[in-house]
Ligand binder design. Structure first.
Ligand SMILES: [Zn+2]
Length: 163
């Protein structure tokens, strides 16, 4: 196992059932791994702490561009850049988790580019940490978008849901 931080490993963040099924290696490029180390993993550690320092169940984080096409992800998805994580928390509904995260964002406690409550195909919380051009060490310029996507990848997102 390669620990990227106290609570997240490279293996869990690059696991993809789709990649395995299609025998595609899902190893990140150096640039994508740097995105994870500089922004996504520190963001997930802060988020884990804000949520109460209990387990985060990662469904998927990195999908290389080939895997992203296979799952029907949009080309502009943050997953192929290693900026996004889909997860849930044992003992809490994704809706409750997402609502709590929206509260942290509104208070300025964490910089998230997009928070999306996804109902299909999995019931997960999607968070992305794209800093929108900020350099490591600078404050992130993440957009703080919050939405609900009931229909699965590529379907409309209600960006007013958590307002
Ligand atoms: Zn996602």
């Amino acid at each position: 196992m390669t620990q990227l931080s106290a609570h997240f490993t490279l293996e869990e963040l690059t696991h993809s059932d789709t990649a395995i099924a299609h025998r595609i290696p899902n190893s990140p490029t150096p640039e994508h791994l740097a995105n994870a180390k500089n922004w996504t993993v520190p963001g997930m550690e802060l988020l884990r702490h804000l949520l109460g320092d209990t387990a985060i169940n990662v469904h998927v984080a990195y999908r290389n561009p080939q895997v992203n096409v296979l799952v029907g992800g949009t080309p502009t998805s943050a997953h192929p850049e290693f900026f996004a994580v889909d997860f849930d928390r044992p003992g809490e509904t994704p809706r409750t988790t997402a609502t709590r995260i929206a509260g942290f964002m509104k208070k300025g406690l964490i910089h998230i580019d997009q928070l999306i409550l996804e109902r299909a195909p999995g019931r997960v919380v999607h968070v992305s940490f794209d800093p929108r051009g900020a350099k490591p060490g600078q404050p992130s310029r993440a957009r703080g978008m919050m939405g609900y996507q009931p229909g699965g990848p590529g379907t409309p997102i209600d960006w007013g849901y958590f307002k």
